[in-house]
Design a protein around this ligand. Sequence first.
Ligand code: PLP
Length: 430
Amino acid sequence: MTTEAIPCYDQSRQEHARRQKVIAGGVNSNVRLHGAPVPLTMVCGDGALLWDVDDNVYIDYAAGMGPMILGHNHPAVTAAVQQSLSTGQLFAGQHPLEAEFGETLVGVLPWIESIRMGMSGTEMDLLAVRIARAATGRHKVVRFTGHYHGWLDPLFVDMTVTAPPMEAVPLTAGQSVSAATDVILCEWNDIAQVAQALESGHVACVLMEPVMCNTGLIPPTPGYLEGVKTLCRQHGALFIVDEVITGFRLGLCGAQGFYGIHGDISIYAKAIASGFPLAVLGTSTDLLAGVGRGKINHSGTYNTGVSSVAAGIATLRFLIDSDPYPEMDRLTCRLVDGLRQLDRELGVGLAVDHIGGSLCQTRFGKAGAVASRADFAANSDDALGARFLACLQDLGVRPTSRGLWFVSAAHDDALIDQTLAAARQALSRL
Ligand SMILES: Cc1ncc(COP(=O)(O)O)c(C=O)c1O
C-alpha cells in the first residue's frame, strides 16, 4: 500500500463477522478484541511485512506482540520447522532437540544452570511462584502495578485506584476472589514500598518485569534492581525476573545482561522461538531440584513439541551466530530519532521512550523519561494515541495497539524511511 492509498477493510469486516458466529468476540485473545476499525484478518507475514485479507500491506512493528524478532517466515526458522515436521511432534517422551536447546540457552545466559520448558509466559511465571513458595515455605507474592504476568487467577490482579492503600483486586469477572489476597502490590520504582512489603515476613518472592513494558516503557531507576535484590536477600525472598518481553530484545542477554544484575529465577518466552509456543524458566540446579524430583509439579501435554523446540534452537542460533543486535539497535535509534524530529517540526506532543534495544514506546505527553505508572498515565493521552495508531495503520504501519514498537532483524533503512514518511502524514492528520 502506498502512503496515499485509502485502505479498505471490507474483507476483514466480513471475516470478523463470520468468526463472531462461532468464536466469542471473533478473536482468541482478549487483547485483540478492540482492533480498529475492526480486528484485522491477516493472511501472510514475510520479513517485516504483513498482508491482510484485503491485500493491505503493513510494515509490522507489532511483531506478534514481541516474538517475531527475526521477522516473519525467517528462512532459518522455517527450514528448521519444516524439517521437524517430518519427524512427528509429540512422543509422550523426550527428543534430542531438548538437550540441544537447553545447552544453547545455558551457554548464553551465565546465571542459568537448569531450565524447564513450557508453552507460555503465563505458565512459566506461575511455575516460578510455585518454586519460590516451595523453597521459602511462604505464600505472598510482591509484584508491581502496571506490570503483567499473564492472564490466570493468581497473578492477574492489580489495583483500581492510583493512590495508597494499594489493595490488589481481581481484574476479571469469574476470577477467584482469594487470588488477590496472596499478592502485595507496589508502585514501580518505589523501593520503600518493596521494603515495607517484605517486612511482613510472609513474602516468597518479588516478581517483576525488569523494565516495565506493559504500561509504557519505564526503566528501573538507577540502583532500583540492585536495591530490590538486596532486600530479597535480607528477607529470604526469591527475586523473579520476568523477561518475557525484554528477553533477547535488550540484547542477547536481555534486561539482566543490559543492567548487569540477575535474579534467582528468570522467565523467557516471546522472542525465544519466533512465534512458536515455547517458554522457559531458568534458574539454579538447586532451585529446580524439587521439580526434577517430582516434588514440585510442572506438567503439560504439549510441552516441548518438536517444532517449537526446533524454532527455538534456530532462533537462538541466529541471534548468537549472526548477531543482528547492532543493526536492530541502529535502526531502532533511527526510528526513535526520526519520530522525535517529527515532533520538533510539527509540535504535536509526541514523546518517544527508548532505553536501548529493539523496542520503543510512543505516547502523547511530556517528552523525557517517565518513572511511574501514574507519571505515564498523566503523560499519555490515550485518545490521541489511538488516533495516531489508527492513522498509521491506514498508512501501512502497524505498531502494537499500546503504542509499543518492536523492530526486527528484517527491518531495514528503506522501511524506516517509509515509516517516518507515514508517521509525518499521520501526525499531520491528528
Ligand atoms: C512480561 C510478561 N510476562 C508474561 C506474559 C504472559 O505471556 P504469555 O502471553 O506467553 O502467556 C506477558 C505477555 O504479554 C508479558 O508481557
